[in-house]
Ligand binder design. Structure first.
Ligand code: BTN
Length: 272
């Protein structure tokens, strides 16, 4: 199993990205924490990348644990300055990241990946990637951290029992091992391009039709967690701002700016 290597990743990056800060750790608590530490005292606009072979405290959305056996997944966080007044809302970032990762996965591995609102990446209904976006306040500026965990070469038996029914990996899907340095380089290149696009004014409305074409949630009966509340209904669409429109059993429409689809009604049963 090949290790992550800065030189191998850099060799696959275009010239304009050679100056990017890329930190790679064998083991740390969470790449989101390390990325946050790398940027928290910065004054100038910056973009940093942190990767790790293993996390002792990898975390997911809504207090979940993200577990990935050493040297099998891609555990990466991107942190960048996010000044007050940035036109794009924080809630749009998970949607941009999902679209970017989805495309990278499909292009590099050939698997037809789908997005479950707001930012899980699924293949055949099983999760292969999760994304955790966190907003921080630094000494001089606000910043955003986007942490991405992709199950790359993970064997099914190495997933924790509570997720093995609904998780999968690229290697299991395709029957071959994948080069994590190549995937890391392609992801860094794409995420940086998305970051620049957003700085230049790209918003979700411009990507909405592409996003919808890859979204598995439209038309589904779903349960959605929003804070401590769970709402149930049919997913009508995702609007121009990235909010999910849910029509409940009484026909009332809810516009959910944040939250997460936690279950869908599929094949006569509620599944996670
Ligand atoms: C989720 O599906 O709930 C989000 C999972 C996000 C996991 C990644 S792994 C890299 C980064 N570091 C973390 O601690 N979490 C994110």
């Amino acid at each position: 199993m090949r290790k992550l290597s800065e030189s191998e990743i850099r060799a696959r990056l275009p010239r304009h990205l050679q100056a990017l800060r890329i930190d790679i750790f064998d083991r740390l608590q969470s790449t989101n924490d390390a990325a946050s530490e790398a940027i928290i005292d910065g004054r100038a606009p910056e973009f940093v990348v942190v990767l790790a072979e293993e996390q002792s405290g990898g975390r997911g959305r809504r207090g979940r644990v993200w577990s990935s056996p050493p040297k099998q997944g891609l555990l990466v966080s991107f942190a960048f300055s996010y000044p007050h007044g940035t036109p794009v809302r924080v809630e749009e970032w998970p949607l941009f990241a999902a679209l970017t990762v989805r495309q990278m996965i499909e292009e590099t591995s050939g698997v037809p990946a789908k997005i479950k609102w707001p930012n899980d990446i699924l293949v055949d209904g099983r999760k292969i990637c999760g994304i955790l976006t966190e907003l921080g306040t630094g000494t001089y500026q606000r910043y955003l951290v986007i942490g991405i965990g992709i199950n790359v070469n993970t064997a099914i038996e190495d997933f924790p029992p509570e997720v093995c029914e609904r998780a999968d990996s690229l290697a299991h899907m395709t029957g071959r091992e994948h080069d994590r340095n190549e995937l890391a380089a392609r992801l860094i290149e794409r995420m940086h391009a998305t970051y620049l696009d957003v700085l230049r004014g790209l918003n979700f409305a411009a990507l909405r039709s592409e996003w919808l074409s890859h979204c598995s949630s439209i038309g589904q009966r779903a349960r959605i967690a929003q804070g401590f509340q769970t709402l149930e209904g049919f997913v009508e669409t995702i609007d121009e701002r990235g909010s999910l429109l849910l029509v409940d059993e009484q026909g009332k429409r809810h516009t959910l700016i944040s939250g997460e689809i936690i279950q869908t009604y599929t094949g006569g049963a509620w599944i996670d």
